[in-house]
Design a protein around this ligand. Structure first.
Ligand code: ZN
Length: 491
């Protein structure tokens, strides 16, 4: 027992109640913290001033002054709940914790989990007890987003709805305070009103004024549902492009969202990636056509050939192709190369992907693996240099593996292009070496980390578990974010 509140008709009764509490406390080896006790003396609905009440053992409990309040179960109150003071103190504590979390250098998932489980309860604790208006709670949500923006976690033009969606739905998993309030108040009302006891019934009938207003059969609260948030996110012209592609049939949704569900990115990096996906980074096209600013040109600052859109920067600028795109592409190919050499026993090199340099050719009794090498055939084949070629000498088979990191919109086309591109090579190699089986395995992850539908199957055909998929995705999204940042800071 921590807090106890006693009600009595007069001082004499109060003294008797206190005696009972005191003797009970002594019996169980506890003591009353008299310095924390106070008496509120109420006459005709008003707090009456007084000095103290004398107890049997000469100890005293002071009277609460009319302007003072006390904290009972964490809520400021006097004759009734001190709403204004209580709300201010809840908000103060919430924002101070939010600030501490933002300073703590957590990864993105840990950051949002901490806000939901450590900061939010500072306010949500009062839901159903203290009466909040929708406007007040919305203001707290807005202030929260402003702080996220100040710490670089949330781009000011990124989708607000997405911030509040679950991570496995493509959101960032922040709990919305107004929505939490709605749910908690309704749940508490349901709890009280469904109790089939005379005590609860009387309580419900009498309650006209608490935050729950149990005497009313229904109350009006502003509501936003998760479905509504999701629908709005999908429906927006810019913000909706990423979820539109994400929900396409040719995408593995769960695998595509690993970077969010695992949440390993720094909050700032994740914020930048989300802004890229939401199409709100300040490219020249965005500045000129969406913010309406008068700038000289909307052509790419690097190649001057195309409109400087986010799609152009992330996947089709010829100036970025030789370095940025190549490195991003190679990171994926290297991860698969490393995994294959380990699985086939060709090599046990386990350096980090940045130091890893695949050998042109590795061979053992069973396998032969080529990296970025022209495959010699009897007749000339135009496309004869795939990323990886794995021969299985025992099974007499070959697997042609080629990586692509296309724009989100080009995933499907990219896959079929690879099949067509290497069809002739597969046929020629089969003939030359008298193989029984050939297969072409395109490995496709888009610039924003969307995972093409054949990825699990193709990875399994290489006798690998699915872990290289998420590792490859991580390299891709980091490379995209890095490239965009570098591009925008150049002039
Ligand atoms: Zn360009």
């Amino acid at each position: 027992m921590n807090d106890l509140k006693l009600f009595a008709a007069n001082e004499e009764q109060m003294r008797r109640l206190l005696e009972i509490v005191s003797s009970f406390s002594t019996a169980i080896g506890m003591a009353m913290g008299l310095d924390k006790c106070a008496i509120v003396n109420v006459k005709r609905g008003k707090i009456v001033d007084g000095e103290h009440i004398e107890l049997w053992d000469d100890s005293r409990i002071p009277y609460l002054k009319p302007e003072e309040s006390y904290k009972y179960l964490g809520i400021q109150q006097a004759l009734d709940i001190k709403t204004v003071e209580a709300k201010n103190s809840f908000k103060e504590k919430y924002f101070s914790r939010l600030r501490n979390i933002l300073k703590a250098k957590l990864n993105s998932k840990a950051l949002f989990t901490s806000i939901n489980t450590w900061a939010l309860p500072c306010i949500s604790y009062s839901f159903g007890i203290v009466r909040w208006t929708a406007a007040e709670l919305r203001a707290v949500d807005i202030q929260t987003r402003k702080m996220l923006t100040r710490y670089g976690v949330h781009h000011p033009h990124s989708s607000v709805n997405r911030l509040y969606l679950k991570r496995h739905e493509g959101g960032r998993g922040l709990q919305n305070i107004l929505m939490t309030h709605y749910k908690m108040v309704l749940d508490m009302r349901k709890y009280f009103q469904s109790k089939n006891s005379p005590f609860f019934r009387a309580l419900c009938q009498a309650d006209e004024s608490t935050a729950l207003r149990l005497a009313k059969p229904s109350i009006h609260l502003e509501e936003t549902s998760v479905e509504q948030l999701s629908e709005e996110w999908n429906g927006r012209a810019l913000h909706g492009r990423y979820p539109g592609n994400l929900n396409s049939d040719i995408i593995l949704k769960t695998e595509s969202l690993t970077y969010l569900t695992a949440g390993y990115l720094f909050p700032e990096t994740e914020g930048r990636l989300v802004a890229i996906q939401d199409q709100v980074v300040p490219t020249r096209a965005y500045i000129k056509h969406l913010t309406g600013q008068d700038i000289l040109t909307d052509l790419c600052r690097r190649c001057s050939k195309s409109l400087e859109t986010i799609q152009h920067i992330t996947s089709s600028c010829p100036n970025l192709a030789p370095r940025e795109y190549m490195e991003r592409h190679n990171a994926v190919a290297k991860i698969y190369h490393m995994e294959i050499t380990r699985e086939t026993g060709l090599s046990l090199d386990s350096r980090s992907i940045y130091e890893y340099e695949p050998r042109r050719m590795l061979e053992n009794e069973e396998y032969k693996l080529y990296w970025d090498t022209t495959i010699i055939t009897d007749r000339a084949i135009p496309h004869n240099r795939p990323d990886l070629v794995l021969f299985n000498k025992i099974e007499k088979s070959v697997q042609i593996i080629d990586v692509a990191v296309p724009a989100d919109e080009n995933i499907g086309r990219s896959y079929s292009e690879k099949l067509t591109k290497y069809h002739d090579l597969a046929f020629a190699v089969k003939e030359k070496y008298g193989l029984k089986k050939t297969s072409i395995l395109p490995l496709i992850i888009s610039v924003n980390g969307l995972v093409e539908q054949h990825m699990i199957e193709n990875t399994r055909r290489l006798k690998l578990d699915s872990s290289p998929i998420s590792r490859a995705q991580k390299e891709v999204v980091l490379a995209t974010t890095r490239a965009v940042r570098k591009f925008l800071t150049s002039s």
